[in-house]
Design a protein around this ligand. Structure first.
Ligand SMILES: [Zn+2]
Length: 324
């Protein structure tokens, strides 16, 4: 399993498929549209994308991973007859920045707002993941479909600087992007070394990125304790709707359920309880948010995996996510 540790939330690389699932855009507040990402056990996930209408064009919060997802974003812009003026990336995981190169190719002037954490990730985490992919590709000659999928991952990583920011967010700041005022907030060492979440004062919509993720949080590059602290910062924002990195938009009551479940998972992992009890604890605590049997099953797999590799028996490499 360790050779696949870096396969972002895709517990088995061998099972990834190419079929497309990207959904259409739905209006969640005036001028704010959700393009849902797909997170399923048999395919590398896409994060949610949110498109915000601004005076000078469209702002895209996270661009997904697969080409079919970024195509929905491009088709949406075309249907609206508006340029994409800016991207804001919540964090550098490939299911959130993967569409950046395609959108930039179509709109060469667009600005990309993100933390600089991708620089260290490209030299470390993503380089390691690329090496693992190359090994897996050489070992999976009998599974050409998986090979195609893994080569697409390698190509994404090789896009290099096209994944990263033109405008580095190094502190929480209120900006006018494409003529629209937005509050961008930076969390250091939570899901990654630098996570950006957005609060739109006009609609009171909060874009959380993977700080809020269903059916379970993804801990591959995380500092769990700092992540827990960052959820208190989200709670302070006067939001009406919160869009998670994966999963359906939620209101304050659902966020409170998520936050409590997250905290109790960390407490359980830090204590002496059996692994199965911690998994059951997450499933029970998050039950109002994770209800389909498919999602419950995926959540059980993920939480079990993270307990074994990230929340317990933590290696030096993983402990560094809290300090580096
Ligand atoms: Zn994600």
């Amino acid at each position: 399993m360790t050779s696949r540790v870096l396969a972002l939330a895709a517990v088995s690389l061998a099972g990834v498929f190419l079929v497309g699932h990207a959904g259409a855009a739905t209006l969640i507040a005036p001028g704010i549209y959700l393009i849902p990402g797909e997170a399923a056990a048999n395919r590398q996930p896409d994060g949610n994308s949110v498109v915000i209408a601004a005076p000078q064009g469209l702002i895209v919060f996270d661009t997904g991973r697969h080409a079919d997802h970024s195509q929905v974003i491009l088709d949406f812009a075309r249907a609206q007859a508006r340029p994409i003026a800016a991207i804001v990336n919540s964090h550098w995981h490939l299911d959130h920045v993967g569409g950046n190169p395609r959108l930039r190719a179509e709109f060469p002037d667009l600005r990309v707002f993100a933390s600089s954490a991708i620089d260290a990730a490209r030299a470390g985490f993503l380089a390691d993941y690329r090496a693992q992919l190359m090994t897996e590709i050489s070992l999976s000659a009998k599974n050409p479909e998986a090979q195609v999928s893994m080569r697409a991952e390698v190509a994404l990583i090789d896009a290099g600087v096209a994944l990263g920011p033109t405008d580095v967010i190094d502190k929480s700041v209120r900006l006018s992007i494409a003529g629209r005022p937005l509050q961008l907030n930076l969390e250091a060492r939570a899901v990654t070394a630098g996570d950006v979440w957005v609060f739109d004062p006009k609609t009171r919509v909060l874009l959380a990125g993977d700080l809020v993720t269903l059916p379970a949080p993804f801990f591959e590059s995380a500092c769990p304790a700092r992540w827990r602290d960052s959820l208190a910062n989200l709670d302070k924002a006067p939001f009406t709707w919160l869009v998670p990195g994966h999963g359906a938009p939620m209101q304050r009551k659902q966020f409170e359920i998520y936050r409590r479940a997250f905290s109790r998972l960390l407490d359980c992992a830090a204590g002496n309880a059996e692994k199965a009890d911690c998994i059951d604890g997450w499933v029970n605590d998050a039950a109002p948010l994770v209800s389909s049997s498919k999602d419950v099953s995926y959540a059980r797999t993920l939480i079990g995996y993270y307990l074994d590799n990230y929340l317990r028996n933590t290696s030096e490499r993983i402990r560094r996510f809290c300090t580096a």
